[in-house]
Design a protein around this ligand. Structure first.
Ligand SMILES: [Mg+2]
Length: 175
């Protein structure tokens, strides 16, 4: 079995890119300062890095899964241009009140539930006790705690600086 490694879980909207309500296309994509550098730094440390994102805009027909994949291709290209990559992207298109019946369900993947994080842990050798999430909503933090990892609430500024602070305080055992 592969050696376990710590993982950084990143929410997408409001952490990697500016949250404009729904980010339906590449035109809506605006990088958060330091997001690509943050991923590069943690990958250079040999961490696993995952994106875990609720995308209920699909359940509400604001955009399609194909639109989301186009946005993710743009994000992946941005990471690649910065010389880095994430290990996987987990996205939850479901919502209990969705207008699109295909995506109307109370999903265990939708944060604050931990399904996406647990899936990452099932698919990659994650060292859970050394891992943490950065999100911009309490539901992100709740999902992290439900999955047994740390959680840090990002409220703006440079993501790379915030992540370094989070790592230092996590290693201190304060989260
Ligand atoms: Mg968010």
């Amino acid at each position: 079995m592969a050696a376990q490694r710590p993982a950084l879980f990143l929410d997408r909207d409001g952490v990697i890119n500016v949250d404009h309500g729904f980010v339906a296309s590449v035109d809506d994509w605006q990088w958060i300062d330091g997001a690509r550098e943050c991923v590069a730094r943690f990958k250079a440390r040999d961490w696993l890095v995952f994106v875990v994102t609720n995308q209920s805009g699909i359940a509400f027909d604001h955009y399609t899964e194909a639109d989301m994949h186009a946005v993710h291709a743009h994000m992946i290209k941005g990471f690649s241009d910065a010389g880095t990559e994430v290990d996987a992207i987990y996205a939850c298109p479901y919502h209990a009140d969705g207008t699109n019946s295909r995506f109307r369900k109370d999903s265990f993947d939708r944060k604050p539930k931990p399904g996406m994080l647990l899936q990452a842990m099932a698919e990659f050798p994650v060292k859970r006790e050394s891992s943490f999430l950065i999100g911009d909503k309490q539901t992100d933090i709740d999902a992290a705690h439900a999955a047994g990892v740390g959680g840090f609430l990002f409220s703006g500024g440079r993501l790379d600086d915030f992540a370094e602070w989070a790592l230092a305080s996590f290693e201190d055992g304060s989260r």
